[in-house]
Write a protein that binds this ligand. Sequence first.
Ligand code: GLA
Length: 389
Amino acid sequence: MNLQELARQTAQAFQQAYGRDPQWIAAAPGRVNLIGEHTDYNDGFVFPMAIERYTVVAAAPNHSDQIQLRSAQGDQPATLDLSRPLAPFPKGNWANYPAGVVAGFLTRGLKPGGLDVMIHSTGPLGGGLTRSAALDVATATLLELATGKTLDPVEKALLCQKAEHDYAGMPCGIMDQFISALGKESHLLLLDCRTRQTELVPMSDPSVAVLIINTNVKHELTGSEYPTRRKQCEAAAKALGVPSLRDASPELLEQHQAKLDPVVYRRARHVIGEIERTTHAAAGVRAGNWPTVGQLMYASHRALKDDYEVSCKELDDVVDIAGAIGVAGGVYGCRMTGGGFGGCCVALVKAAAVDAISKRIATEYQQRTGIEPTIFVSRPGQGATVLKG
Ligand code: GLA
């Protein structure tokens, strides 16, 4: 479903729920990360692109002190009472994302007033393509319209990240909210998570395509494993005597290996290597050197699997199948993308071979796992947009 159609459906759902048209409509995309995994909270580089999968938020003032949150996908409606201090809903409630973003606006003295809100998305929650970040950023874009105040995009991304931390209980890095707010059509975004400097790297070679393979599994380890990884990285940086792993080199790590816990050592080895792989991959994309980018993607996957231990059998199966197809069959590279423990793989492939590759991955993955994957191509999409303002 394209964005215009999704927006039309959202407006229609709004009209059905509230009996009038929305005054504002805003949208923000999900993302896929080409490379640079678990580097954002280590002050490193990430290299994602926005995908053509969006969350749309439509709203109109309701002249009350309540924000009514409804979803066109039938999630439990929720109400934010603006007459008292906001607090998170119980963990797992979808409304925590918009609630956290509203709280961020209120903290800055920006008052949206009472609103009727309708939310709609392409794609399922929990698919690893950060529907939650898209929901945060779409909500923030809508609240910019409702408050009449446009935030600096970096501040907007940070506000959304804080919403995830404080309301959704997810101590995420900055990548997902950043790309959803700042993505640009036909470009990947190289983001330095330390300085927050960005470079839009053109990705418009028609002979290559980005294929996204959703394993359609989500192992519920994510909740506890993600904060554990963050702590292990902090422990490694401390032992190496650097502010963050961004400041460590492979040589420094080797010098200190003996005094590091072996698990912490391996975690650091992934992060230090991945930061380097990411800048190399960006150079590869700039030069159109797809085989090199592909090799870096495989190397990233191996490190995430063996050193960082955030992969799972299903993700490994996809990468294995893609590797067997090889460059001769049109696959330059493939890796897990996102936090891990399920979700999606990303593959860089020859555009002419997309159909054959998709079929082969789908068939062999299903043979191995008994699960049907969801496979699609996305061009680099546009970051947050106002559709009616
Ligand atoms: C999740 C987080 C991101 C990032 C990735 C791993 O998607 O939200 O901030 O840390 O995991 O690269």
